[in-house]
Design a protein around this ligand. Sequence first.
Ligand SMILES: Nc1ncnc2c1ncn2[C@@H]1O[C@H](COP(=O)(O)OP(=O)(O)O)[C@@H](O)[C@H]1O
Ligand SMILES: CC(=O)N[C@@H](CCC(=O)OP(=O)(O)O)C(=O)O
Length: 308
Amino acid sequence: MPLSPDPYSALRHAARYVQQFRRKTFVIKLGGAMLSDPKLRRSACEQIALLWTFSIRPIVVHGGGPELDTLCDALHLPIEKVAGRRVTSAPVLDAAKMVLAGKLHTDLLADLQAAGVPSVGLSGVDAGLIKARKRPPVMVTEPGAPEGRLVDYGLVGDIESVDTRVVEHLRAADYVPVVAPLSGGPDGAVYNTNADTVAAALAVALSAEKLFFLVEVPGLLRNVSDPTSLVTLANLTDLATMENTGAISGGMRPKAHAIRHALVGGVGSVHLVSGVMPNALLEEVFTNEGSGTMVVRESAPKPAGAVG
Ligand SMILES: Nc1ncnc2c1ncn2[C@@H]1O[C@H](COP(=O)(O)OP(=O)(O)O)[C@@H](O)[C@H]1O
Ligand SMILES: CC(=O)N[C@@H](CCC(=O)OP(=O)(O)O)C(=O)O
């Protein structure tokens, strides 16, 4: 049920959640698709501002895939993605730095600032926040393909460690860290790392209560071409089934990995929420029913006598 139209009843209802989540860490990943639309970006920033006002401690991680595609097009660089991750040559990595730690990052910081959130931008390279090594060629199986194929992703980093000290310093001073999905390797190397993967690694390292993915779709869908086929609650077994049957494809594949990594790593719950529907993030946090998909490690056992 959405929040009651009676303001006092709505306040009382929300207050329960405010108490429960005070000083808890929420990692909020903003997807590149919704970030390309300034109106949606502002709406997400306003919702994050409200969480912050209620003493929830957000860490924002952002994507930027579609804006990077646009820049690659303009620069006549090839766009190749396999299982939702970009094959990254040296010129594509340069373009990634320009978008992910440049224009889009700065625009997001400006919108958060305008919404009243004192935010500070970092990439995974800053202060050794995200350390990675170059991903070796890996076998990837595409849905529908009988066999896997060996893929060299180029300058893509596999995360090796997360050093949260810079984030802790910022939070101690009441700043909200905003992290761009680049990672640092040995000898000054910089790697492109999927933002979903970065968000999950940070959520685990910070023992986050919740990890949110704001996406263009209403949440996890049983059938990607049917927006009404929303899955409201899922566990890791359900997720694996959807991956195996090919119901999870494209950009949802790195998210499925990230969700698993986060939940196995101790994050309480992961939420896929619309970045398009007004206030969907707030509805997910402050109502029982939520607005999108909640994924938990294991579903609670059904009470004795329950059917189904
Ligand atoms: N089962 C599914 N449920 C929802 N979305 C799915 C599913 N399978 C594939 N997708 C696709 O994954 C996309 C989200 O991934 P992506 O485009 O990388 O988003 P973002 O830029 O927010 O990370 C959705 O917009 C949708 O097209
Ligand atoms: C290796 C890899 O795939 N990196 C991603 C980083 C940006 C990202 O993850 O953006 P979204 O969240 O919008 O998908 C990319 O180059 O697109």
